[in-house]
Structures are given as structure tokens and as C-alpha cells.
Design a binder for this molecule. Structure first.
Ligand code: PLP
Length: 430
């Protein structure tokens, strides 16, 4: 591959997951992206220092603000997503919380769905209250009027996930982005379960994408990381965001109008929230994440193929009373899944077993190939009981709204031989 491949956005997804954003000529022609294991960079001279701190010149001063390893990761994910800029953060929750803080000040409101990752629900509906930010949860996530009913002058975003958790439900994302834009409101999506390989949020009008990179992007359960990617099309100066108006006025002469037009959200995220709250991703983790992403498309194809076969097997199993997987024709979300996820609706499956909580517990005790762990998106297959783990901190009512019952199990289907996975589930359920 020539050294020019790093900037060729017309190349295919799999080619870009290996090359985009990295020019070896700028790094002693090291073929692997180097880990810049330093806390700080020499400033050179006084004038350069001032330019760096004003963000008038590209470059690195202190690793918390930016560093060359993370920069490659940010450029690579920007390319894969088809966006204009990205920021790497310490975790998925750092990506989500900093994103929402970038959008909201005290008195503002976030509209969200009930079927979110439990940590996001707790953040939006709980912790943010202490800072005067109100989370409003839609009554029926399948009814667009439920979203409209919650919009006020203080709404600062609609927050959704590309696949619900753990009900694995699919939203009509085109309808949600159209509604939000009618009111000048951005849509933020957590695309963790799909990755940019299976779902293209920006092609459906989404404005900001958040990832727990801990999951499929890294792919091997070896790190915690988060990413935020910007579409570059939203008008942050539309009157709803005084903090962006102020940021624009303060920085336009230094950073430039064209840069701010493309990536004002990410610039402010870096300069205010990454800098002041400090949840940066270490270069070492950025390196591991880049390694994982080199095989993303191949892993996702195998994840999806295994999940489809396992969902069919579970649907026919007498010990299973309900299977939630939008790839099944019987799923109420099948038509939406075909529209939004032409390569397949991911590899997360949730089931309800006959025999209540005791039966669910038995399955957890009996699995041998599946690992009983709270993570998802590992190359290895994982199983968990959401009510006692991922959704533990929610009220019983909140859990039911998210589709979490005592007999619910969530599977993150890995890339093992599918026959082994099916045999393992069969012996555990029977
Ligand atoms: N979003 C989703 C969909 C998740 O499943 C998780 C964690 O399980 C997160 C966000 C939070 O990510 P992290 O654990 O990397 O902070």
C-alpha cells in the first residue's frame, strides 16, 4: 500500500480500517502506529507555544489535550464514520457525558428513550439533575409524537441508541432526525452495538455519534475507551446554543471560520471538556484500539452470521419463551432492521426463558463456552443477567420499561464456531 492511502476517503471500509489517518512518512516510516509514551511535548519557542494554546496551529503540547497516537485513531474513526472530526476519550461514559455536557447548561433538557444502556439512563435521568439538566424520557419510543410532545425551548438534543439495550429494539431513526431538525435540535446516537460497519448514522441525519470503544471497536475485551464523532452539518449557531455562539466569537479569528464550520462541536469538546474534566484516552489504549479496529469489518460479519443462526436456534427451543433479535422475521423490528442495517442487525440477542429467574440463573451456572460477564462486543461470546448487573441501579419500573425482567438473559454472540455456541446454549437450557 502506498503512503498515500491514509488520506483516500474513496477507498473501501476494510481498506480504510487498516490505513486511514496514518501517514508513516510523518513517523520515521514506522509501519505500526507508534505509541507516544510521553506526558508532554517540547514547545519549541514562545510564539509556537502561544499558537498551540490558542489552537491557531496544529500540534501537541500536553498529552491530555492531544497526542499523535490518538490523532491517528481520531482520523481513522472519522474516515470510517464519514464525519468531519472525532475525539478519543477514556471510556464510553466519558464520551457520552462530555458530549451531553457540551450540549447542555443548567436549565436545559435532554430527550431520551427508555431502552438505553443502564449507565446512560442513570446519567441522564439521575446525576444530571444535580447540575440542573433534566432528562425527559419518551412515553413510547416507537411513536414519533411521543418525542414531539417533550420538545421545549430548552431541549438541547434527542439521545438514542442504534440498537436498544437489552430489548434489541430498532427506532425509526429517519423520523427522529427529521423531527429534531424541524426544531433545530441535534440528534446524538450511541452506535456501540452496530459500529460504523453495520450502521451509518450520518447517512440518516444523525449529528453526533458516541461509542463505547470498549466493545466491538476494540473487539477483544482488553481496554476501556470512548469515541465521539461529528457529522459537520449541524448549525450550532441557530440560536439554541449560546455557549457555541460565545465559543465561535472567541475563537473564529484564531481557528478559522472553515474549521469551525466543519468541527465546532469537537473543537469545543476538546478545548473545554477534555481539557477541564480530563477524561483522556491513553496513547497505549489508542494503539490497542487501532489494532482491534484493523479487523472490525471481518469480525462484524462473523458476529452477525453467528447471531442470526443462534437466534433461529433459540426461537425453536422449548425452554425459551421470547427471543429479541431484529434479524428474525418474527421480530416487530424486522422491517426497520432491514432498512437501517442491510449488513445485519448486530450480534446482541436477549431472551426470556421459561421457568422465571431460577431458570435464568441455572443457565448462567451451566454455560461453558459462553462467559458470564457484563461486557459486550468481545470476540468471545458473553452472557449476562441484566436485572442484577447492567440495569441493577434502575427501579423495577425503569427496568420493565427497558424490557428487563427477572427471566431476561442477554447474549453477546462472539466469533467462535457457531456449532459450539449452539451446543453450549442447548446443554445450558435443557
Ligand atoms: N454504551 C453502551 C451501549 C454500553 O453497552 C456501554 C457499556 O456497557 C457504554 C455505553 C459505556 O461504555 P464504557 O463502559 O466504555 O464506559
Amino acid at each position: 500500500m502506498s503512503y498515500e492511502a491514509y488520506k483516500m476517503d474513496e477507498l473501501g471500509f476494510t481498506t480504510r480500517q487498516l490505513h486511514a489517518g496514518y501517514d508513516p512518512a510523518q513517523h520515521n516510516r514506522s509501519k505500526a502506529v507508534p505509541i507516544y509514551q510521553t506526558a508532554v511535548f517540547e514547545l519549541g519557542d514562545y510564539d509556537r507555544c502561544v499558537r498551540l494554546f490558542e489552537y491557531a496551529e496544529e500540534g501537541h503540547s500536553y498529552v491530555r489535550f492531544s497526542n499523535p497516537t490518538n490523532e491517528v485513531l481520531e482520523k481513522r474513526v472519522t474516515s470510517l464514520e464519514g464525519g468531519t472530526a472525532a475525539l478519543a476519550l477514556a471510556s464510553g461514559m466519558a464520551a457520552i457525558s462530555d458530549t451531553l455536557l457540551n450540549l447542555c447548561v443548567s436549565g436545559d433538557e435532554i430527550i431520551a428513550v427508555n431502552t438505553l444502556y443502564g449507565g446512560s439512563t442513570t446519567l441522564i435521568g439521575g446525576l444530571f439533575k444535580q447540575y440542573g439538566i433534566t432528562g425527559k424520557f419518551v412515553e413510547d419510543e416507537n411513536d414519533i409524537e411521543s418525542y414531539r410532545a417533550l420538545i421545549t425551548d430548552r431541549t438541547r438534543c434527542i439521545y438514542i441508541e442504534s440498537l436498544g439495550n437489552p430489548g434489541i429494539n430498532v427506532l425509526d431513526i429517519d423520523a427522529i432526525t427529521a423531527l429534531a431538525h424541524e426544531y433545530g435540535i441535534p440528534v446524538v446516537i450511541d452506535n456501540t452495538f452496530c459500529t460504523p460497519y453495520l450502521f451509518r448514522p450520518f447517512e440518516h441525519g444523525v449529528d453526533i455519534v458516541c461509542y463505547s470503544a470498549t466493545k466491538y471497536l476494540a473487539g477483544h475485551g482488553i481496554l476501556i475507551g470512548g469515541l465521539v464523532v461529528e457529522n459537520g452539518k449541524f448549525n450550532w449557531l441557530n440560536g439554541r446554543f449560546p455557549q457555541f455562539e460565545e465559543f465561535y466569537k472567541e475563537n473564529v479569528d484564531l481557528i478559522g471560520e472553515d474549521v469551525l464550520a466543519r468541527e465546532m462541536f469537537t473543537k469545543r469538546l476538546r478545548m473545554v471538556y477534555l481539557t477541564d474534566l480530563g477524561a483522556h484516552m491513553s496513547p497505549q489504549n489508542a494503539f490497542y484500539l487501532l489494532q482491534g479496529m484493523e479487523t472490525l469489518s471481518l469480525r462484524m460479519e462473523r458476529h452477525v452470521s453467528n447471531a442470526q443462526q443462534i437466534a433461529r436456534f433459540l426461537e425453536a427451543h422449548p425452554a425459551v419463551k421470547q427471543v429479541n433479535y431484529p434479524g428474525l422475521e418474527s421480530s416487530p423490528y424486522h422491517a426497520l432492521a432491514r432498512k437501517y442495517f442491510p449488513k445485519g442487525p448486530g450480534a446482541m440477542i436477549s431472551i426470556r426463558v421459561n421457568g422465571g429467574f431460577e431458570k435464568a440463573r441455572q443457565v448462567l451456572d451451566r454455560v461453558k463456552v459462553f462467559d458470564y460477564m457484563v461486557n459486550v462486543g468481545d470476540a468471545k461470546s458473553l452472557i449476562v443477567h441484566p436485572a442484577s448487573s447492567t440495569h441493577f441501579s434502575q427501579s423495577a419500573e425503569g427496568r420493565e420499561k427497558a424490557g428487563v425482567y427477572g427471566d431476561t438473559l442477554r447474549l453477546s454472540v462472539g466469533i467462535e464456531d457457531v456449532e459450539d455456541l449452539i451446543a453450549d446454549l442447548d446443554q445450558a437450557l435443557s
